[in-house]
Design a protein around this ligand. Structure first.
Ligand code: AMP
Length: 512
């Protein structure tokens, strides 16, 4: 099934229902949204000359234009390339170059920086969704119904993640992948209907945007906060205004909401469910969240390569476990989602019995089609026909999946992945840095924070290293702490023992 066909089905089924709104402003109905989507699709095809399969990048904060653009891209049979809007322009330019995007939609003053950073100036069009061009496009000639020959196999979403090499890789997700994700959501996270509301408080370039799909499939309302992101008091106010409202949140966002609520009971009769995921959600934090918000917290475990879909714990199961003090269940990431077959395997890929720790592998119609223009990495990740997640865990005798650790050394800070190698490459550009190893250290606010362990040839200041990072990459990736050592601990084959470094940096307050 193609998402454009599914959206047209929703327009026929729910035409007069509210579909998309900003803040507390009146919503566009499904029929009104469809008119805009068709006009934008016509502009993409006839106005900009884009052809089926062309990539359109979205380098924007959350906005109603984001949701419109996603639907218009699919109606025009193009492929969306979501880009984290916090990336440095050179990092965005890398994604534009690798994906060979023909159009990049931006918002506000990002356009000029991006034009400068992008080497492909001539064949890449950059359009600001606040421009007259976009405004006119949204009210122009509507495109006819999308003719789709290819069913669900076309690419819908090219999501850039990073592998162990630290270089971002494009995860190829088809329409069929996203339809399967939406059906799993309905079965395993929350059964929704046309009275449900999704608030995009987390980035639409990641999970929140993807969860828009099940909402419009079921005739629900998607809502974008005026701030274009996460603001605790605004979110509380929206939850007081709307009924049956839910939102996706990284565990750190939930912790910040708890701090904001303090000892007050936020009541929030309009809150239906918080979908937590994307990073470890610790037992004590889950309990505090249930105490504050009631049994309205669900959890999912997924990854870009099988979006939002590996395992899940619905809200009533978490609520019950808190009541029964079943900490073991709370420490797990739940049961396999409906379409998912999970196997825990050893280093040779042989399935392990319950209780034994190995790599989590997944077979599911949500699993990606491979990496964009990277056959070697695709073959590795999909070896034997199953997705090798790079996560290590076990399935217990109740069928609950417990994640032990990530075999990749990805740092998850505030729900966003940071890849050590990328930061190491930048620090190694400093002439007085001899060796460096970047690790994640536990952080009560962010989950993990970036720590750089540096071996210097001659004394070098943390402020100099910080300035170098700021000049070369997004702010959120730069180390929060520098630890200087005479040498790095290594194993016999010369590999840095990151586990050892993590232990030392977690216990000893190092000079920075
Ligand atoms: P990404 O591809 O950016 O979505 O990152 C996916 C990775 O985040 C997974 O492979 C896990 O290591 C981690 N992750 C996602 N959800 C959870 C969760 N609920 N609990 C613990 N780790 C998670």
């Amino acid at each position: 099934m193609h998402l454009s066909r599914l959206f047209q089905r929703s327009v026929r089924m729910f035409g007069a229902r509210p579909a998309l709104a900003q803040g507390k402003a009146p919503a566009l109905t499904y029929l009104e949204l469809d008119r805009r989507v068709r006009a934008l699709a016509h502009w993409l095809q006839a106005g900009l000359g884009l052809r089926p399969g062309d990539r359109v990048a979205l380098a924007m904060k959350n906005s109603v234009e984001y949701a419109e653009a996603m639907l218009a891209i699919w109606h025009a049979r193009l492929c969306a390339v979501p880009i984290n809007c916090k990336l440095h322009p050179t990092e965005t330019a890398y994604v534009l170059e690798d994906s060979q995007a023909r159009l990049c939609l931006v918002q506000g003053d990002g356009a000029d920086e991006l034009r400068q950073a992008s080497a492909r100036g001539r064949d890449l069009q950059i359009v600001d969704v606040g421009s007259q061009q976009w405004l006119s496009a949204g009210v122009g000639t509507p495109a006819p119904d999308a003719t789709v020959i290819d069913g669900g196999h076309e690419l819908a979403w090219l999501f850039y993640t990073s592998g162990t090499t630290g270089k971002p890789k494009g995860v190829k997700l088809s329409h069929a992948n996203l339809v399967a994700m939406a059906m799993n959501f309905q079965c395993d996270m929350l059964a929704i209907d046309e009275t449900d509301v999704l608030i995009h408080a987390a980035p639409m370039s990641h999970g929140s945007g993807l969860y828009g799909v099940p909402y419009w499939m079921r005739g629900g309302l998607q809502l974008v906060p005026d701030s274009g992101g996460f603001d605790e008091s605004e979110l509380f106010s929206l939850l007081g205004h709307y009924e049956r409202a839910s939102f996706f949140a990284a565990p750190t966002m939930i912790t910040r909401m708890l701090q904001h609520a303090g000892n007050a009971d936020p009541a929030l009769p309009g809150l239906r469910c918080i979908f937590a995921g994307g990073a470890p959600f610790y037992v004590e934090d889950i309990k505090a969240a249930v105490r504050c918000f009631g049994p309205r917290i669900a959890q999912m475990y997924g990854q870009g390569e099988t979006p939002m879909t590996i395992s899940a714990l619905p809200a009533h199961v978490i609520g019950q476990a808190v009541a029964l003090r079943d900490d073991d269940l709370l420490a797990s990431v739940g049961y396999a989602q409906t379409s998912v077959d999970i196997d825990i395997v050893d280093e040779q890929g042989r399935p392990l019995p319950p209780g034994e720790v190995g790599e989590v592998t997944v077979r599911s119609p949500t699993v990606m089609q491979g990496y964009w223009r990277n056959d070697e990495a695709s073959a590795q990740a999909l070896a034997g026909g199953a997705l090798q997640t790079g996560d290590v865990g076990l399935i217990d005798d109740r069928g609950l999946l417990h994640l032990k650790d990530r075999s990749k050394d990805v740092i998850i800070s505030g729900g966003t992945n940071i890849y050590p190698r990328e930061v190491e490459e930048v620090l190694l550009r400093h002439p007085r840095v001899r060796e460096v190893s970047v690790i994640g250290a536990p952080d009560p606010e962010w989950g993990e924070s970036v720590v750089a362990v540096v071996v210097a040839l001659e004394p070098v200041g943390a402020d100099e290293l910080n300035a170098l990072c700021l000049a070369c990459m997004a702010r959120f990736k730069r180390p929060k702490r520098y630890v200087f050592m005479d040498s790095l601990p290594k194993n016999a084959t010369g590999k840095v023992l990151k586990g050892e470094l993590k232990k030392r940096c977690a216990v000893e307050p190092m000079p920075s």
